[in-house]
Design a protein around this ligand. Structure first.
Ligand code: MG
Length: 159
């Protein structure tokens, strides 16, 4: 069996009056991510983890932010494209683990909805998808509520 691991990391600035969308779930908040797409920093990190596992570059290479087709796009659509690429290469996704770092709001109430949403898009069982959230104890850009970061790892298998 061929086993591949990939890692992804993404950051977006926060600004008032924008939508906050994380793992495909819109979260009520006074700030949202500044982005060409819907700014779903968690899905962007997951896409990079999946692409990284097969050394296929990154989300910026696949979906350039200079391309008007991706303006305001729902990032679950980008994730679906990445998942299809992985499948075309003959790999299946064993599991995904993502951590979102932001100071506010508390993400705990949304975590299970995020996992189910990702499970639907990726097409693997929800118990193979982990989403975690942490504050940074008021330290750094996340702690100052200037931005949000996300990291993700993904394991792929080919029989
Ligand atoms: Mg991004």
């Amino acid at each position: 069996m061929d086993i591949r691991i990939g890692h992804g990391y993404d950051v977006h600035a926060l600004a008032e009056g924008l939508r906050l969308v994380l793992c495909g779930v819109e979260i009520p908040h006074n700030k949202g991510c500044v982005a060409h797409s819907d700014g779903d920093v968690a899905i962007h990190a997951i896409c990079d983890a999946l692409l990284g596992a097969l050394a296929l570059g990154d989300i910026g290479k696949l979906f350039p932010d200079s391309d008007p087709r991706y303006k305001g796009i729902d990032s679950t659509k980008l994730l679906k494209v990445v998942v299809d690429i992985i499948a075309d290469k003959g790999y299946s996704i064993s599991n995904i683990d993502c951590t979102i770092a932001m100071q506010k709001p508390k993400l705990r109430p949304y975590i299970d909805t995020m996992r189910v949403t990702l499970s639907d898009v990726v097409g693997i069982d929800v118990d193979r998808i982990s989403v975690k959230a942490t504050t940074t104890e008021h330290l750094g850009f996340e702690g100052r509520e200037e931005g949000v970061s996300a990291t993700a790892v993904a394991l792929l298998c080919k029989e």
